[in-house]
Design a protein around this ligand. Sequence first.
Ligand SMILES: NC(=O)c1ccc[n+]([C@@H]2O[C@H](COP(=O)([O-])OP(=O)(O)OC[C@H]3O[C@@H](n4cnc5c(N)ncnc54)[C@H](OP(=O)(O)O)[C@@H]3O)[C@@H](O)[C@H]2O)c1
Length: 253
Amino acid sequence: MQRLKGKSAIVTGSSKGIGAAIAKAFALEGADVLINYNKSQAKALKLVNTLSNDSQVKGKISSYRADVSNIRQSKALVARALREFGKIDILVNNAGILLSKEFPETKEKDFDQTMNVNLKSAFFLCQAVAPFMLKQKHGKIINISSVSALAQRSGLTYVDYVSSKAGMIGLTRSLAVNLGPYINVNAICPGTIETDIISWMPKQIKNTMAKESLLNRLGKPEDIANTSVFLASDESSFITGEIITVAGGRGMR
Ligand SMILES: NC(=O)c1ccc[n+]([C@@H]2O[C@H](COP(=O)([O-])OP(=O)(O)OC[C@H]3O[C@@H](n4cnc5c(N)ncnc54)[C@H](OP(=O)(O)O)[C@@H]3O)[C@@H](O)[C@H]2O)c1
């Protein structure tokens, strides 16, 4: 049985990486999905094409370019989803950047960019979808934070990034209180997942990170997508305000 049949979803930053895996998993579970991208248009269009031609995908799949750090463009993204699908049941705030600048070198514009893409976008997208979700008396919001906001391990010392991801946790808990009982708001904290965002990372650091996992590997985008399907489905109806770590047990020893 398709677990998201009849549901409509926006997945921000779903042209590639974790977002693309979430969009694909939602589509295979029967949801209508609006794939959002900013720069990677070709990848987004290819994903729409692949999913639309997949006989297992029954919902409507489309894409929309919006820089989610811009409130006006975020509102246009929500308006597009409402026009396409007539409703929004699921919002995944996944779009994110990692500028990889050390603390002393981080300029005000870098800090603002990180905060605007990683945190401000989620705040205002939640604000834009909430009235519709409250009116229909159900909704699921999933914020993609990071395990770096919970515990420091090797590698990630980028203070602006970690601060933005810690902000996602506060946003999640506070919104769960504000939007209950009709909207479930949860966050996922991925460990290190093999995507473009960590392409700069030397192999040696990746190996160390893999060893810090109790499962002796890095994560795959699908690991986060599977958890997202659960949080978007009725199976998680009694879960809200939670911060769920998907990091192969990293940080436990
Ligand atoms: N990979 C990891 O190890 C890891 C760990 C913890 C948390 N995360 C989080 O997971 C999320 C996805 O990251 P990823 O690993 O999949 O990285 P990725 O492969 O670099 O993908 C990032 C996505 O965000 C989109 N994006 C960036 N800026 C945007 C903007 N202004 N407006 C709209 N979309 C924007 C990109 O779209 P365009 O290319 O079209 O601009 C792309 O689809 C991020 O929030 C990241 O912080 C990742």
